[in-house]
Design a binder for this molecule. Sequence first.
Ligand SMILES: C[S@@+](CC[C@H](N)C(=O)[O-])C[C@H]1O[C@@H](n2cnc3c(N)ncnc32)[C@H](O)[C@@H]1O
Length: 303
Amino acid sequence: MYAELDFRTPELDGLASRVIPDQYFELKAEDARDSYFTDSSKLDATQLVHDRFRTNPLALHDHLIRALDLRGAEELLDLGCGNGEILARIRPYLAAGHLVGLDIAPAVLEAARQRLDGVATPCEFVEGSADDLSAFDSDSFDRVMAVYMAHYVTDLQACFAEVQRVLRPGGRFLLATDRPDSMVEMYDAHFAALRDMDAPQHLFRATPKARISLDNGTEQLAPHFASVKRVDWQDQLQFAKAEHFMAFYRSCNYCCASSKPGEGLPPAFFTELEDRVHDRVQAVIDDIGYFALTKYTGHFICS
Ligand SMILES: C[S@@+](CC[C@H](N)C(=O)[O-])C[C@H]1O[C@@H](n2cnc3c(N)ncnc32)[C@H](O)[C@@H]1O
């Protein structure tokens, strides 16, 4: 039943249609590696916040484990495995299996290696890009997953063709992403603060995830897989203290990956932006007791 929790309201839908821009930021994998993922601290912070403030009793890994439909001895490749948090959660379901984590960022890959150090299940960690899987033989994995990472991949069609090649017949590819209107409350506060500051127009763009979202993923995956099934689920993070939300906001690079200090905007701009977002969030907390962040997320199961 928790998989079917529905936080949508007509008000939230109305807010999304007013607030979420059609244009989105693009973030190249190499730029993400050299700025965002030079260590695993941002990833650690967002994972912690999701776990601590969620209201869906099922966590991300519970949904993924369901969708992976494991028997216990599969060989699994995790594209963009990050700090290995999800691999570590999945590992007990694959105690007799074999895990391979691939990531373009050496620092987070090292965090994954350390997280799984000493487990008896064979684990390998490979530095590389998800659109070139030439390190792996054809038909070598039973499961491949790409969790909140596909939007960074330069050549998505090459990536999906490669996934199809390395998957064994009967295997399954799981791609997790969001709907573009996920976390609309954060965008509302963020864009309202930017408007109050007369910010440059190029900052009014949606998350890079919109490049391959739940809404447009089917058409991008369909050329490569006989079956593509979309599964949606929701969560709502509820923050009773503005400071916890602000830590999350900062770890999201001030909402959008391209609006961050050092790219033509002085640090003072971000101090003011933060103060204004904080005040808006605090006003909601004063009014109803918490600030809600509604997550519209899910995955595609491809075979
Ligand atoms: C948002 S994190 C998600 C990490 C992990 N899948 C999770 O959900 O916890 C995205 C990860 O994808 C990696 N990444 C980005 N582009 C990549 C690419 N082209 N190939 C492999 N990894 C990539 C980043 O380095 C980062 O670790």
